[in-house]
Design a binder for this molecule. Structure first.
Ligand code: GRF
Length: 198
């Protein structure tokens, strides 16, 4: 069976994209075919190019609030790459239910909390403020609902005395780089059993 074609959507440094791209080798059932950013200064674009992965930029700003028009261009780039699976990896644009419905069952996202806790932003500070003793990250099938959808994997980390949002985020990010590749390897093989780390 030919490997599944994976597009990775980023907005920033793309450390999760790098972890995913570097995991798709050998007998892994998928290969990266596109890294797409919604802005030209996303640091991840250079990391993708240095790996020989085709890149694209679909800047959302010219579309102002016309999300559908932005998504038409997004879809064109995904179609041109023949993408079969989409991995959202630090992609900071909200996609419309129409777009998500088209990709239902074929689009994943990673979120830096133990969903369903702490949907949305500033998850690490919110976990600290709530006095959580553990925190982590979740990979889920993305749906029209923000940070919602069937959970495909979770990784837990301890919250340590003296943790700041930054130190906690760094600990979670290391686990993201292990969790997302582990989930994608299963998902691309058609196995939706969730991955739990450690
Ligand atoms: C990470 O915390 C990830 O959970 C969130 O975006 C942040 C940056 O990710 N989705 P990356 O370094 O750009 O992959």
């Amino acid at each position: 069976m030919s490997p599944r074609r994976v597009a990775i959507l980023i907005s920033g440094g793309g450390s999760n994209m790098v972890a995913l791209a570097d995991s798709m080798t050998g007998d892994h059932p998928a290969r990266p075919v596109l890294v797409l950013a919604n802005n030209a200064d996303a640091g991840g674009l250079a990391h993708a190019a240095s790996r020989g992965i085709p890149t694209a930029i679909v800047d959302h700003r010219p579309f102002r609030n016309d999300r559908q028009a932005f998504e038409v261009e997004l879809q064109k780039a995904l179609d041109a790459a023949g993408a079969e699976i989409v991995c959202l990896a630090g992609f900071m644009r909200i996609l419309t239910p129409g777009f998500m419905a088209r990709w239902q069952g074929r689009i994943l996202n990673i979120h830096p909390s133990l969903l369903p806790k702490y949907r949305g932003l500033h998850t690490h500070q919110r976990a600290l403020d709530a006095g959580e003793t553990e925190h982590g990250c979740t990979v889920h099938e993305a749906t029209g609902e923000l940070d919602d959808g069937p959970i495909l994997g979770q990784a837990r980390v301890p919250v340590l005395p003296g943790d700041t949002a930054e130190s906690l985020a760094a600990r979670v990010l290391k686990m993201e780089h292990r969790l997302y590749p582990a989930v994608l390897a299963r998902f691309a093989a058609g196995d939706r059993r969730p991955v739990f780390l450690p």
